[in-house]
Design a protein around this ligand. Structure first.
Ligand SMILES: [Zn+2]
Ligand SMILES: [Zn+2]
Length: 244
């Protein structure tokens, strides 16, 4: 399976990643990606980028050497009521939004409470990607998650970094298999992302592709298996309005 875009990548603006956006773009071009997305951490996580950084994305070109450049954010869930570090002005400016749970910023609840929290977040039509819901520290009911994601047209992320030998998320492989099982059952779309914290990892989908193959997961549900799949994950922003 060929994958055409990588929307979950970090730059030095996340302060625990090590490449600039330009270095990431160069790596994405070398990999032949159709589109590259930057999604630095929002401001409530230690060292996250400030709000103005996200609001000024109009300064970033929409295309470089024929590759589309999309500017997004990885938003943090702050509590089990679904509070997030996402302002209205950011929502208007961002081409795409990934929302993720990061411990210890979020104190996880029970499986049911965590699932309810994700379900509440998915009601916002501009939130189209749930990032790495694959960590047993934030237990999830995958049947309910996949069912509600389908209903709200939210895309669940298959995060390549979670599956690497150095990945720190607990039981990621088992959780991802479970997520894929229910995504297939309900026809829920998924997106494969690298979650790169260094430029050489941009467009690296190695482990994600292996698990998709093992699970025999239908290609038509993987949004980045064709360029047109971007329509399921991007929003109308100042930048995207004239982009396609
Ligand atoms: Zn994350
Ligand atoms: Zn990330």
């Amino acid at each position: 399976m060929k994958l055409y875009f990588d929307l979950h990548t970090h730059s030095i603006m996340s302060t625990h990643a090590y490449s600039t956006i330009e270095e990431n773009i160069k790596a994405a071009l070398e990999k032949g990606l159709y589109a590259y997305g930057i999604s630095d951490h929002s401001y409530m996580i230690k060292g996250g980028a400030n709000e103005v950084y996200f609001r000024n994305f109009k300064a970033v070109p929409t295309e470089i050497n024929g590759m589309k450049i999309l500017t997004g954010a990885e938003i943090n869930i702050l509590d089990l009521d679904g509070e997030m570090d996402l302002t209205e002005k950011m929502e208007d400016a961002l081409d795409f939004i990934i929302v993720s749970a990061h411990t210890p910023l979020l104190t996880p609840g029970t499986k049911e409470e965590n699932t309810e929290c994700y379900i509440k977040i998915m009601q916002n039509p501009r939130i189209k990607i749930i990032g790495h819901p694959d960590d047993s520290r934030v237990e999830v009911d995958y049947e309910r998650l996949a069912k509600e994601a389908k209903r709200t047209e939210t895309v669940l992320e298959l995060n390549n970094s979670s599956l690497t030998p150095l990945g720190h998320r607990i039981n990621a492989r088992e959780n991802i298999s479970e997520m894929l099982k229910y995504a297939e059952k309900f026809g829920t779309r998924i997106v494969v992302n690298s979650d790169a914290h260094f430029s050489t990892d941009v467009g690296n989908f190695q482990y994600a592709l292996e698990i998709l193959k093992e699970c025999n997961f239908p290609e038509e549900l993987v949004v980045n298996s064709c360029p047109d799949g971007l329509k399921y994950v991007i929003n109308e922003s100042e930048r995207t309005i004239n982009m396609f």
